[in-house]
Design a protein around this ligand. Structure first.
Ligand SMILES: Nc1ncnc2c1ncn2[C@@H]1O[C@H](COP(=O)(O)OP(=O)(O)OP(=O)(O)O)[C@@H](O)[C@H]1O
Length: 467
């Protein structure tokens, strides 16, 4: 007999299954010894057709395995028919607590992202999950570079989120399309939810956690149930051209290893390790001058501030801000601004890597002290050093170990300027190639919006300072 939290059905093998609703889980048992515990956040939908109940959810086949879509069905006992609707309503209300049901999603699929499998992955794994959750999908397969940017520029503001099925490059396009939108602040309020089918998928590493970084089903769940999380964005200015960057800027070894390994896309993210080892073998100096508007340069002090924020509970999702008007003006890097508080780095450089989000790829926690909305950019200046030192940097790189290298200088900054002293070099902005020319970057606090199941970057920096 159904109670308000328990429903019994007859499953496909003729046995009785019990669906029990608790505060945090849906417990599905065929017999008392075999109970599947489905966290409510993984429940996508429940419905009944005639006398059969269907519950759609995501589950892991093994503890460390990735999520996959499961449908559990069973025939409802005649005596329970009148109670089924109330039970489904109770389950759905708990499964979607604080989150809008049936999101309207603009989906952008880049057939050329990563190893070129985005379309197949979307159709086989992602789309069935979004449909099981009754999301309304408006799907575009990009046909050329900048296609996503053009679509974002004219995007209708009533989408609940933009889902990018690719890597970080497609997100870069969407953010810049939003910047060109007739109502840029409103457009930038539309949250972005990445599905990791690119090579590096840096943003997904940070939003899903490195364990689930490449799990497209976990990413689809985030598109369905993640809550808007504000994120800082960066103005990137070269000459008279101002664009937005959401993630990172690199010159020197770290740009070469990204842009110089495009032909190794088939390797997935291993191409970055290959690029790093090649870079160490060459050990070419990065001929550029770095100037930083510094907020903090003492590693111990910045770690202390970071700990305070991380040890506090994540803030509740913010109500949608009033968002009329144009993009914020440049405060630190517009022509004629003085050099007050700016510091010029005076050591030979191997690379400069600046950005946000602890992980730039699964193997490298480059910005371990990054917070999504602290209004600062993390700027790493790696001094030109020996090959041995750089090989040591590989050790513990996935946990942020290089942060403690004496030759790795780390700034929390409001803005910075990079001036090349040579014509030859690579500049990577969010993983995309830009001309190797002078540029400035400055932070706009909380200008962008992402979806997150956690309300913060998932992984924490735990590497102790070496004694
Ligand atoms: N149909 C298309 N044909 C060619 N290029 C495209 C097409 N659609 C998008 N692009 C371009 O593909 C590039 C790569 O995309 P993206 O960065 O998302 O994947 P990735 O480089 O594999 O991933 P990551 O940046 O995470 O390493 C972007 O520069 C984008 O402009």
């Amino acid at each position: 007999m159904a109670t308000s939290n328990e429903l019994r059905v007859v499953n496909g093998s003729g046995k009785v299954s019990t669906f029990k609703l608790t505060d945090s889980s849906l417990l599905i048992s065929r017999d008392p010894k075999k109970t599947v515990d489905v966290p409510l956040k993984q429940v996508l939908w429940a419905e009944h057709a005639q006398d059969t109940l269907h519950v759609h959810f995501l589950a892991r086949k093994s503890k460390k395995g990735s999520l996959s879509l499961v449908k559990a069905s069973g025939r409802i006992f005649p005596a329970d028919k009148s109670a089924v609707d109330a039970w489904i309503d109770a389950l759905t209300a708990k499964a979607y607590e604080g989150v809008k049901q049936r999101r309207r999603l603009k989906v952008l699929v880049n057939p050329h992202g990563g190893q070129g499998k985005s379309v197949a992955i979307f159709r086989k794994k992602v789309e069935p999950i979004l449909k099981a959750a009754h999301c309304t999908l408006d799907v575009t397969y990009t046909t050329h570079s900048k296609h996503a940017q053009a679509l974002a520029k004219d995007l209708s503001l009533d989408f609940d989120a933009v889902v990018t099925v690719s890597g970080d490059g497609l997100i870069h396009e969407v953010i810049n399309g939003f910047a060109e939108h007739a109502q840029p602040l409103k457009a930038l309020n539309i949250p972005i939810a990445p599905i990791p089918t690119g090579s590096g998928n840096g943003l997904s590493c940070n939003l899903l956690g490195v364990k689930d970084a490449f799990d497209v089903c976990a990413a689809a769940l985030n598109a369905i149930k993640g809550r808007p999380m504000k994120t800082d964005l960066f103005s990137f200015t070269q000459g008279n051209t101002r664009r937005l960057s959401f993630f990172s800027q690199a010159v020197g070894l770290m740009a070469d290893l990204d842009l110089g390994t495009e032909h190794l896309r088939w390797m997935g993210d291993t191409r970055f390790v290959v690029g790093f080892l090649r870079g160490i073998a060459k050990l070419s100096p990065c001929a550029a001058t770095l100037s930083v508007k510094v907020a903090e340069s003492d590693k111990d002090k910045m770690l202390e501030s970071y700990r305070k924020v991380r040890d506090a509970a994540p803030p509740p999702p913010e109500a949608e801000s009033e968002s009329e008007g144009a993009l914020p003006p440049l405060q630190h890097t517009s022509p004629g601004k003085g050099d007050d508080g700016w510091v010029t780095f005076d050591k030979p450089l191997l690379y400069v890597y600046a950005g946000q989000g602890p992980y730039v790829g699964r193997d490298l926690m480059q910005f371990p002290l990054s917070l999504p909305d602290d209004g600062l950019i993390d700027v790493v200046a790696q001094e030109l050093t020996s090959r041995g030192d750089m090989l040591k940097a590989l050790d513990g790189a996935e946990k942020g170990g290089p942060f403690w290298l004496p030759t790795q200088h780390y700034f929390k900054a409001h803005a910075y300027r990079l001036t090349p002293r040579s014509k030859k070099g690579c500049l990577s902005i969010d993983g995309e190639a830009y001309p190797f020319e002078e540029y400035t970057v400055e932070v706009h606090p909380k200008l962008g919006t992402l979806l997150s199941m956690y309300g913060r970057y998932v992984d924490d920096f735990k590497m102790q300072k070496p004694q």
